[in-house]
Write a protein that binds this ligand. Structure first.
Ligand code: BG6
Length: 521
C-alpha cells in the first residue's frame, strides 16, 4: 500500500464550512488584524470554508475611508500570502466594510448597529454576528457593554440568529481583574457567547497532541510516572518585543506566554482523557489539570523559577538592542523577557515527574516543542555502555517550525563493530501532507463561526491559571531578591541560571536541533 493510498484510507476529516454570518472586528486598524486575522479569513476563503453569505465590518478609531480600509486589507493579504489571483482578492475585498468611532461613544455604536443591519441585508447573512475584540483588555468590558446597550449582542429564539464575542488574550491582568472582567461580562452576555482566544490551541501541532495521545493505543499506557522521566515544553523566540514595547513592558513573559500558551500546552500534554471530544468535557479536563499543578514554594522561589531579560550582544548577528532601550519600554524596567520554571503535578499519573517550561525572546532561534523524555533502560547488557550512557527515548512534538513528531530510538550502526546510534523516527507535516499547517487563526475563527468552544479557554481555566501565576508576580514585586532578574545576551539560549535549574537535577535543556549521537560499545 503506498503512503498516499494509506493516508486516504484513514483520513477522517471533520472540517465543515461555517454558518452564514458577519464578523465585526474591533481594533481593525491594529497590527493583529493585519498580520493574523485578515490573512486567516482570506485563507479560509481560499479553502472554501467561509460561509457563502458573509461580510467583514471593521471598527476602529482611525477616521479612514472604506476604500483606504480595503487597500490596507489588500496589503495585509499580499504581505501574508504573496500576490493573489485578482478575482479572488477583489471578491474578498468586496465583502469588507468599515466604520470609525470611539470605543466609548454610544453614538458610534448606534451608527455601528445601523451598518450591521444594512450589511446583514446586503449580504443576506441571516443576522448571525461575531464580534472580534482585537483590543487591549481594558477596553473589553466597555465595548461589550456598549454593544449590549444597542441590542447587538441579543440573540434570537433558540440562538437564531446568534451573537458571539471573541476576546483576545490576556484575559485580565491578574486573578482579581480576570474575575472582575467576567463578572461584568456576565451581566450583559451569556457564557455560551464568550470565546476566549488562545492562538496556541489553534496550532495544528498543538491539536495533534490530542489525537496523538487519544487516537493511538500504544502511547497512553506509557504516559505516566512509571515510564516518563520528565517533560520539557519550550517556546523560544528570536524576535524581541518589536513594536509592542508599551504592552509588553506591562505584561512580561509570565503573563504574555506562561499564563496562557504554556499552561495550555502543559494541560493538553498531561490531562486525563476526556470522555468525549465535546467542548465542555475537554475544557473540564484541561482545567482539572491546571488545578492539580502544585503551587510554587514562595520561600525558595528562585530554585523553581528563573527570570531573565535580554541585553544587546556584540557577538550576536541579531541587531536587537538591550530590552531597556526598546521603544515603549521604561529604561529602568525589570520586566522579564524570559522565564524558565519547574512544575510538579499533584495527581496519581504525574506524581514526582518534573515538567520544565521555558519561554523567552531574543534567543538564538525560534522553536516551540513539547519533548517527553522516557526513563532509561533498567539495565545495560551492552558491555562497555553503562545504563547511564544509554540515551533515553525522547518523543518530540514539534509545534513550530518543521511541524512534526520525532521519536528517538537507539539502533545498531551497520558494520563489524557494535556501534550504537541514536536515530529519530520522524514524521514531518510538510513531507507527508505537502502543505505547511494553516495559520492557527483559521481554525479558531472557523470554530467561532461554528459555535465550537473546545479550543477556547473557560472562565474556570483562566482563573486556575491566574491562581498559579499571581503569587509569583507578587513575590517578584515585593521580594525581588528571592528571584533575581538575570540578564542574558541576545542570540543565546537564555540565562545560565536557567541551565542550572535543570542541571542540578541531572538534566539539561534540549538545544534544538539535538545532534544524533554515536556510542561505541
Ligand atoms: C503572542 C505573544 O500571544 O504569541 C507574543 O503575545 C508572542 O509575544 C506570540 O511573540 C508567539 O506566537 P507564535 O505563534 O509566533 O509562536
Amino acid at each position: 500500500m503506498d503512503l498516499e493510498y494509506a493516508l486516504s484510507q484513514t483520513n477522517v476529516c471533520a472540517e465543515q464550512q461555517a454558518e452564514d454570518c458577519g464578523i465585526i472586528v474591533f481594533g481593525a486598524s491594529g497590527d493583529l488584524v493585519h498580520r493574523k486575522l485578515i490573512p486567516a479569513l482570506y485563507g479560509l476563503m481560499r479553502r472554501r470554508l467561509l460561509p457563502p453569505r458573509f461580510y467583514i465590518l471593521g471598527f476602529a478609531r482611525s477616521d479612514i475611508s472604506e476604500e483606504t480600509f480595503r487597500e490596507r486589507m489588500r496589503k495585509a493579504i499580499i504581505d501574508a500570502h504573496g500576490e493573489q489571483p485578482p478575482d479572488m482578492l477583489n471578491g474578498f475585498l468586496a465583502m469588507c466594510r468599515y466604520s470609525a468611532g470611539d470605543y466609548n461613544d454610544p453614538a458610534a455604536y448606534n451608527r455601528l448597529a445601523g451598518r450591521c443591519s444594512v450589511c446583514d441585508k446586503d449580504f443576506d447573512s441571516s443576522g448571525n454576528r461575531l464580534f472580534y475584540l482585537a483590543l487591549p483588555p481594558e477596553l473589553h468590558p466597555v465595548v461589550v457593554e456598549r454593544l449590549a446597550e444597542t441590542g447587538m449582542t441579543a440573540e434570537g429564539p433558540d440562538r437564531n440568529p446568534w451573537a458571539r464575542v471573541v476576546f483576545e488574550k490576556p484575559f485580565g491582568h491578574d486573578l482579581q481583574s480576570a474575575i472582575a472582567l467576567d463578572n461584568r461580562l456576565a451581566r450583559v452576555i451569556a457564557s455560551h457567547q464568550i470565546f476566549r482566544m488562545d492562538h496556541y490551541l489553534g496550532k495544528e501541532t498543538v491539536q495533534s497532541v490530542l489525537m496523538f495521545r487519544f487516537a493511538n493505543a500504544i502511547f497512553e499506557p506509557l504516559w505516566n510516572r512509571s515510564y516518563i522521566d520528565h517533560v520539557q515544553i519550550s517556546t523560544l523566540e528570536s524576535i524581541g518585543v518589536e513594536h509592542r514595547g508599551g504592552y509588553y513592558d506591562q505584561a512580561g513573559c509570565l503573563r504574555d506566554m506562561f499564563q496562557n500558551h504554556m499552561l495550555q500546552m502543559l494541560a493538553i500534554t498531561a490531562m486525563e482523557p476526556p470522555i468525549s471530544f465535546y467542548a465542555d468535557r475537554v475544557r473540564e479536563e484541561r482545567t482539572k489539570l491546571l488545578r492539580s499543578i502544585r503551587p510554587w514554594s514562595m520561600d525558595d522561589l528562585g530554585s523553581w523559577i528563573v527570570r531573565g531579560q535580554y541585553a544587546a550582544s556584540p557577538a550576536s548577528s541579531s541587531s536587537l538592542p538591550d530590552y531597556n532601550s526598546e521603544h515603549g519600554v521604561r529604561p529602568d524596567s525589570t520586566t522579564e523577557t524570559y522565564v524558565a520554571a519547574k512544575l510538579l503535578i499533584d495527581n496519581w499519573r504525574w506524581q514526582g515527574v518534573p515538567f520544565y517550561l521555558r519561554s523567552g525572546k531574543g534567543l538564538q532561534r525560534k522553536s516551540s516543542e513539547i519533548a517527553v523524555t522516557f526513563k532509561r533502560v533498567p539495565y545495560s547488557m551492552f558491555g562497555m555502555t553503562s545504563k547511564a550512557q544509554m540515551p533515553a527515548n525522547v518523543l518530540i512534538l514539534k509545534i513550530q517550525p518543521d511541524e512534526g513528531i520525532d521519536l528517538t530510538i537507539q539502533t545498531k550502526q551497520p558494520g563489524p563493530k557494535s556501534c550504537m546510534s541514536s536515530m529519530a523516527l520522524s514524521f514531518k507535516y510538510q513531507e507527508v501532507f505537502g502543505i505547511t499547517p494553516p495559520n492557527a487563526y483559521e481554525r479558531l475563527l472557523l470554530d467561532c463561526m461554528q459555535g465550537d468552544r473546545t479550543l477556547f479557554w473557560s472562565r474556570e481555566g483562566v482563573e486556575a491559571a491566574w491562581q498559579l501565576i499571581d503569587p509569583v508576580l507578587a513575590a517578584w514585586r515585593e521580594k525581588p531578591h528571592l528571584c533575581p532578574l538575570h540578564r542574558y545576551p541576545v542570540g543565546s539560549w537564555g540565562p545560565e541560571a536557567a541551565d542550572e535549574l535543570v542541571r542540578k537535577e541531572g538534566r539539561r535543556w534540549r538545544r534544538p536541533p539535538e545532534m544524533a549521537g554515536t556510542h561505541e560499545l
